[in-house]
Design a protein around this ligand. Structure first.
Ligand code: IPD
Ligand code: CA
Ligand code: CA
Ligand code: CA
Length: 258
């Protein structure tokens, strides 16, 4: 299954890269900045066709809705974001990823984050560790918040309904720096490889995080909601992935969910 998933990801990525030579069809979904392209849709359809051919009984949850309606996590489920970072895909032509997690009865078995333009694959198998291309990723060590670089986006500095503002300001004063890459999967990938110390979001969907959660588990990164609860892969969640200690310090002392 791992070999099949990896070759599918590489093939899909090749198709995405070659799409740059033809014109993109861009549409808005729920809001003007919630974009989708024909390539997001075609990539999801490509995955679904190949997966169903190989594993006809397994279910697929994909962002663009071409997969199955998922109301429970029993059995095998492939949770797919065909392009995570669609805005980057359209505007920057880089910094977007394919994100895939394969779960059985709610347990993450295989996880993948593939940075399409960098040709970097982060992968993990339950109980067998995580890899950056072919190199094993070491376990994350504890970090100090005062030396941390955290991934956040502009929604953290705007008034919002999720978090108390004062704690966020203190957090931003405390950390060494902030970064915003525009792809949740890439940002989770940066945390698991130690290039960011935490990444947080006020709202992510199962397909943004399913692959990354399997990988995070294998390297000792802590993943929870911002209320410090386990993630439910059937709904949208607030989200934090971080090194040990950095995770608890952020949630204990700075982030107050309204
Ligand atoms: C989005 C990206 C973005 C995050 C959004 C996601 P999409 O995914 O991961 O970084 O802030 O919440 O929806 O729509 O590009 O697949
Ligand atoms: Ca989207
Ligand atoms: Ca996404
Ligand atoms: Ca997407």
């Amino acid at each position: 299954m791992d070999k099949f998933a990896k070759s599918l990801i590489k093939e899909a990525a090749g198709r995405i890269r070659s799409s740059f030579s033809s014109e993109l069809v861009v549409e808005s979904k729920s809001a003007a900045n919630d974009l989708v392209t024909n390539i997001d849709k075609e990539t999801e359809q490509f995955f679904i066709k190949q997966i169903k051919k190989e594993f006809p009984d397994q279910r697929i949850l994909g962002e663009e809705g071409f997969g199955d309606e998922i109301s429970h996590l029993n059995g095998y489920i492939w949770i797919l974001d065909p392009i995570d970072g669609t805005m980057n895909f359209i505007h920057q032509k880089k910094n977007f990823a394919i994100s895939l997690g394969i779960y059985k009865d709610g347990v993450g078995l295989l996880g993948y984050i593939y940075n399409v333009m960098d040709d970097d694959l982060i992968s993990a198998t339950l109980g067998e560790g995580a890899f950056f291309n072919d190199i094993r990723i070491p376990l994350l060590t504890d970090g100090l918040l005062g030396q941390a670089i955290i991934g956040i986006n502009t929604s953290w500095v705007l008034p919002n309904k999720y978090l108390e503002h004062e704690g966020i300001v203190k957090l931003l004063q405390k950390v060494r720096g902030t970064r915003s890459y525009g792809s949740a999967a890439i940002e989770i990938g940066y945390v698991v490889t130690g290039r960011l110390d935490a990444y947080m979001s006020m709202r992510l969907s199962p397909w943004d995080i399913a692959g990354g959660m399997v990988i995070a588990n294998e390297v000792g990164a802590i993943v929870t909601t911002l209320s410090n609860h386990p993630i439910n892969l059937l709904v949208q969640n607030t989200f934090i992935v971080a090194r040990p200690v950095v995770h608890s310090e952020i949630l204990d002392e700075y982030v107050r969910v309204k």
